[in-house]
Design a protein around this ligand. Structure first.
Ligand SMILES: CC(C)(COP(=O)(O)OP(=O)(O)OC[C@H]1O[C@@H](n2cnc3c(N)ncnc32)[C@H](O)[C@@H]1OP(=O)(O)O)[C@@H](O)C(=O)NCCC(=O)NCCS
Length: 148
């Protein structure tokens, strides 16, 4: 399998990031990357990364690299794999890379993620990493926690 890693979004790869999108029927499950890059500018604790497979950006993640002050946790705010590259293991490998990067911060004791309630693929993927549903619904989304 390809080498899967994260690379910060910068002027050099921003345009590529903006081209990535999920399948049409998945577009209600995740905000467009343009929206996520705007959110990243508003909330500097959360950083945008391309998910790369070798030299190709195959997906995108926006996640906290500092404690989110309101709940003392690290959030994974956005996570997607482009429609052309789904079903090849990049979601799993990309999520592992995100979790490892967050865990590298000594004060990361809890990682949180949420999804649209009927997003069963994401739910199964997150649970396979040890995320557990908390019973909370935030912004209409099901919240899961991973205790580091
Ligand atoms: C969820 C998502 C990131 C998964 O990415 P991916 O690269 O396709 O995932 P992988 O190839 O690593 O597969 C991960 C698991 O999901 C399963 N899976 C992937 N696509 C699937 C599909 N369309 N239907 C059923 N299962 C699917 C795989 O079989 C695998 O399960 P396994 O470990 O039991 O074999 C991707 O589908 C996506 O970007 N979806 C749209 C945006 C989204 O929902 N983001 C999450 C928002 S919270």
């Amino acid at each position: 399998m390809a080498n899967v890693y994260l690379k910060p979004i910068s002027d050099e790869n921003r345009e590529t990031c903006l081209q990535l999108k999920p399948r049409e029927d998945q577009q209600r499950l995740v905000a467009p990357n343009a929206n996520s890059l705007e959110k990243a500018e508003r909330e500097p604790s959360t950083r945008p990364y391309g998910i790369y497979a070798d030299d190709t950006m195959v997906g995108f993640a926006l996640f906290d690299e500092e404690i989110y002050p309101e709940d003392g946790s690290f959030w994974i705010c956005r996570f997607m794999i482009d429609e052309r590259y789904q079903g090849k293991g990049y979601g799993k490998a990309g999520l592992a890379a995100v979790i490892n990067q967050q865990k590298s911060h000594a004060d990361c004791t809890k990682i949180r993620i949420s999804h649209v309630p009927d997003n069963t693929v994401a739910n199964r993927l997150y649970k396979s990493f040890g995320f557990v549903e908390t019973g909370e619904i935030i912004g209409g989304e099901t919240v899961l926690d991973y205790i580091v």
